[in-house]
Design a protein around this ligand. Structure first.
Ligand code: C2E
Ligand code: MG
Ligand code: MG
Ligand code: MG
Length: 287
């Protein structure tokens, strides 16, 4: 991916490296300012229940619209924020904004991506609680998405933080499952509430029976372990039909909706073809 390519080029010292350092340095200073200057925003991507018709959750996705450079992808600025230590401030802004908006959508779970650095912060769990409290949001309305990379290095403090959140009623999701070096042992390491299956399986299923079989198996596995299974990257009606036939609890992707700003999301929720409110069966069983 783009990140890996970008990193690979750092191994040789040349003038383009120097340019990249300067560009990166400039961009990180810009990002610092962006947090204070209101250039960041959140887009919310709806998730349906297994019927494909009812919106039960939204994933909050960070957006940066730079006044001169235009929109900059989170694939660029999130890793940059991680490297430069801005991720804690950025993450706090995201959390606050998501909880602020979530208050207006009482029937929806709001899912927020959290980076490993945020998790390692000693006051991470307290910050989450304070934010929920500030916005009068019940913990069960918030879902935290982490990727396997959160477990790199010492995982005892991470596991403790995850357990505390879960005990408090915040939902914890494993994001991008099946991408990279996923192993099944991650599913045993921590009792995640939610399993988000990486979109690679879905995009491959159209012309690959093997990918289809793996997808079905992962969904069954998540269900058997009592997790809410979410399929990411739904782009076709055929994919929806397949996921519905497997009883996949939640679905997210461009076929349902692109990530939308808060106003557009509210318009979308008012649309007659999608209704909001019915909790998905996996969630209501366990709460
Ligand atoms: P993610 O958490 O896996 O989010 C899903 C990404 O897939 C989003 O990209 C979304 O726009 C995209 N997507 C959704 N449906 C489809 C589809 O049907 N087809 C395709 N091709 N793509 C789809 P986005 O918004 O560019 O975000 C990229 C990544 O940046 C996220 O991946 C997440 O890892 C990171 N990210 C975004 N916002 C935040 C944030 O607030 N905090 C942190 N720590 N990371 C964030
Ligand atoms: Mg995510
Ligand atoms: Mg994902
Ligand atoms: Mg991802």
């Amino acid at each position: 991916d783009a990140k890996a390519n970008g990193r690979g080029r750092w191994s040789f010292f040349d003038s383009s490296m120097q340019e990249q350092v300067l560009a990166k340095d400039k961009l990180s200073r810009e990002l610092r300012k962006a947090i204070d200057r209101d250039e960041l925003s959140l887009a919310y991507q709806p998730q349906t229940d297994s019927s494909g018709k009812t919106i039960v959750a939204v994933e909050a996705l960070a957006r940066w619209n730079h006044p001169e450079l235009g929109p900059i992808s989170p694939v660029t600025f999130i890793p940059l924020a991680e490297e430069t230590g801005l991720i804690n401030d950025l993450g706090l802004w995201v959390l606050n904004q998501a909880c602020y908006n979530a208050y207006r959508w009482p029937d929806l779970v709001v899912s927020v991506n959290v980076s490993p650095t945020q998790f390692k912060h000693p006051r991470f769990v307290e910050t989450i609680l304070e934010t929920l409290d500030h916005h009068k949001l019940p913990p069960s309305r918030l879902e935290i998405e982490v990727t396997e990379s959160v477990f790199a290095g010492q995982d005892k403090p991470i596991l403790n933080a995850l357990k505390r959140l879960k005990d408090l009623g915040v939902k914890v999701a494993l994001d991008d499952f099946g991408s990279g070096y996923s192993s099944l042992s991650f599913l045993r390491k921590f009792p995640f509430d939610t399993l988000k299956v990486d979109r690679n399986f879905l995009s491959a299923m159209d012309d690959d029976e093997g990918a289809k079989a793996i997808l079905a198996t992962i969904i069954n596995l998540g269900q058997a372990l009592g997790m809410t299974v979410v399929a990411e990257g739904v782009e076709t009606a055929e994919q929806i039909a397949f996921l519905t036939s497997l009883g996949c609890h939640r679905m997210q992707g461009f076929y349902i909706a692109r990530p939308l700003d808060a106003c557009k999301l509210e318009e979308f929720l008012a649309d007659v073809s999608y209704s909001a409110g019915m909790p998905d069966p996996a969630t209501s069983q366990r709460s």
